[in-house]
Design a binder for this molecule. Structure first.
Ligand code: PMP
Ligand code: GLN
Length: 378
């Protein structure tokens, strides 16, 4: 059969994790913690399962969880979305992104992506018949080149996708950029999708600015988050979307036919655990300590550290070590020194190589020490 995505292979995250397993390498590639989620969360899931909460959840998400998301959004961002009309629970942020794009992108619509960007955006756009328009972020600090962005807006622009804190670069978007985006889209039909899955991982006293906090953006935005990141449960695949009622209505038309609903006992457990505000309030310090440790350990190496302001990823530039394409280099490091990473070219549609590798530092101190010991030998 002819392929709908002929140029698409297997996602780099699957490729690198498989290679890491094959070579028993330390896996700093795919983003996930190597430590467990809180015991209390596990106990809650077990309790809800035993109590019989093992059937379908309501399509938009368990009411208890949607209420907690609404309350938390108000506490953190000062905006209280209506849990019935503006909050939808999805099977991870991945489903949220796919459903939001499927809901509003029509054949021929253009969707702007700021590269490097997460690998699931473009395939979702193309499957909806849309056309990804790739706008590179400016190297070396990955800020938005506003002239370039403006030049790429056309009458067909349907959506602009942003991601802050940013995977893979760790860049955090300043409030001024979100405000510029609001004025740029004012009076247009352009929608925003704001991928904020790393909202609680921002370092050095900086703050995450959500699209929900910016007048003019909030009214045209799908804001997406994921409990996988916040609660160290990437395997649970529970995420959510906050969007105005009209957009939520369209989103749910897709969600109901993609998965219909997400896992019931997990939603209930997270809803209870969300009362523990200290958990997400302490995440910046928790991950900053890991970033600092990893950076300190890698400093004596020949890698150049690119400052990570957020997420649980650190970029290392390796042009003092090798001129290989980053995919080849990442594979060789996995095989030869036993440390797996993600080549940043995987986040560019034409696989542009800038000699960066992405390392996930959501790992125990021991794992980070072992990995760094190997990296300094290069
Ligand atoms: N967006 C970004 C930027 C991500 O890094 C990830 C997870 N790696 C996702 C979306 C998907 O999140 P989930 O695992 O909840 O589907
Ligand atoms: N978001 C994770 C990362 O960037 C991977 C998610 C996935 O494996 N699809 O590493």
């Amino acid at each position: 059969p002819s392929s709908k995505l002929p140029d698409v292979g297997t996602s780099i995250f699957a490729v690198m994790s498989a290679l890491a397993n094959e070579h028993q390498a330390i896996n700093l590639s795919q983003g996930f913690p190597d430590f467990n989620c809180p015991d209390e969360l596990i106990a809650l899931v077990t309790r809800y399962m035993q109590e019989g909460f093992n059937q379908y959840a309501p399509m938009p998400g368990m009411p208890a969880l949607r209420h907690k998301i609404s309350e938390k959004t108000e506490k953190v961002y000062g905006y209280r979305p209506d849990p019935d009309q503006e909050v939808t629970v999805t099977s991870g942020a991945t489903e949220a992104l796919f459903a939001a794009i499927a809901a509003v992108v029509k054949p021929g619509d253009e969707v702007m992506l700021l590269e490097p960007c997460y690998d699931s955006y473009a395939p979702a756009i193309r499957l909806a018949g849309g056309i990804p328009i790739y706008v590179p972020l400016a190297i070396p600090d990955f800020h938005i080149d506003w002239d370039l962005l403006k030049r790429n807006i056309s009458r067909s622009t349907r959506m602009i996708i942003i991601n802050t804190p940013h995977n893979p670069t760790g860049a955090v978007m300043p409030r001024s950029d979100l405000q510029k985006l609001a004025s740029l889209t004012d009076g247009t039909d352009i929608l925003i999708m704001s991928d904020e899955v790393y909202e609680h991982m921002v370092f050095d006293g900086q703050e995450h600015v959500s699209a929900l906090q910016v007048e003019g953006l909030r009214q045209r935005a799908f804001v997406i988050s994921s409990f996988g990141k916040t609660y160290h449960t990437t395997g649970w695949k529970i995420g959510y979307v906050v969007a105005p009622p009209a957009l939520t209505t369209e989103l749910r038309k897709m969600h109901q036919f993609i998965t219909f609903c997400s896992v019931t006992p997990l939603q209930l457990a997270i809803a209870d655990y969300m009362d523990n505000e200290a958990h997400y309030r302490s995440l910046p310090d928790f991950y900053q300590a890991k970033r600092d440790l990893f950076c300190e350990l890698v400093k004596p190496s020949r890698f150049e550290l690119i400052p990570s302001a957020g997420t649980y990823f650190q970029l290392l530039k390796y042009d003092a070590i090798s001129q290989e394409h980053d995919l080849d280099f990442a594979k060789r490091l996995t095989q030869e020194i036993g440390v797996a990473s993600v080549p940043v070219s995987a986040f560019y549609h034409n696989k542009t190589d800038h000699n960066y590798l992405r390392f996930c530092f959501a790992k125990s101190e021991e794992t980070l020490r072992q990995a760094a010991e190997r990296l300094v030998t290069l």
